[in-house]
Design a protein around this ligand. Structure first.
Ligand code: GRF
Length: 197
């Protein structure tokens, strides 16, 4: 798989920890694409000995060429805040997934990323949020949902506290979905149910 990231890379780290130290799964991070230099995700990749690439929107063809040259089977968007070139989305139809820090279709779509998601969740007064992994298609956050996991919203939550709790769920759900896809299985929630106090 190739992991696309624009920030700290904690979801990337969860994938590296799960798949790049042992051979229990067919899945393995083979390339990390960063939307700009100097982000945590690129440092985490370098520490794990995984090749990296900084992608410039000015050169859409280069991205697809690299993915094909590296025989990438699955693209994972983990905190990727740029548009993915349509040529790449189409080439990786049903082989590109994204993780979103809310229970889509709620609190998703253009402009709904990072703290804005959790601010909207708290403003709406909902009692449950969570993480969603879905296939990527031409629209933001609208592809077929593969897996979701609920996270409680506490009355005292700040956006940062809710984000941290949702991130815990992300770090569990994303590797589990990647492993299922790599094994040709439908992600089965029961086998990896994260428990909350
Ligand atoms: C996560 O909250 C993810 O849901 C969102 O961007 C954030 C990525 O965090 N898409 P990290 O860079 O993986 O730590």
């Amino acid at each position: 798989m190739a992991v696309f990231a624009s920030g700290e890379g904690s979801n990337l780290q969860a994938l590296l920890d799960r798949f790049n130290h042992e051979d229990h799964s067919p899945a393995r991070v083979e390339l990390v694409v960063g939307s700009r230099p100097g982000i945590g995700a690129l440092e985490r990749a370098a520490s794990a000995g995984v090749p990296t690439m900084v992608w410039s929107p000015a050169e859409p063809a280069l991205l697809l060429q690299r993915l094909e040259a590296d025989a990438i089977d699955l693209v994972v968007l983990a905190g990727w805040l740029r548009l993915v070139p349509p040529a790449v989305v189409h080439r990786y139809q049903a082989r590109m997934i994204n993780i979103h820090p809310a229970l889509l279709p709620a609190f998703g779509g253009a402009g709904m990323y990072g703290a804005r998601v959790h601010e909207a969740v708290l403003a709406a007064g909902v009692r449950v949020s969570g993480a969603t992994v879905h296939f990527v298609d031409d629209e933001y956050d609208s592809g077929r949902i593969l897996a979701q996991w609920p996270v409680p919203v506490l009355r005292s939550d700040t956006p940062a506290e809710l984000a941290a709790r949702v991130l815990q769920a992300e770090h569990r759900i994303l590797p589990a979905v990647v492993d299922s896809l790599a094994r040709g299985e439908d992600p089965a929630i029961a086998s990896w149910l994260p428990s909350y106090p």
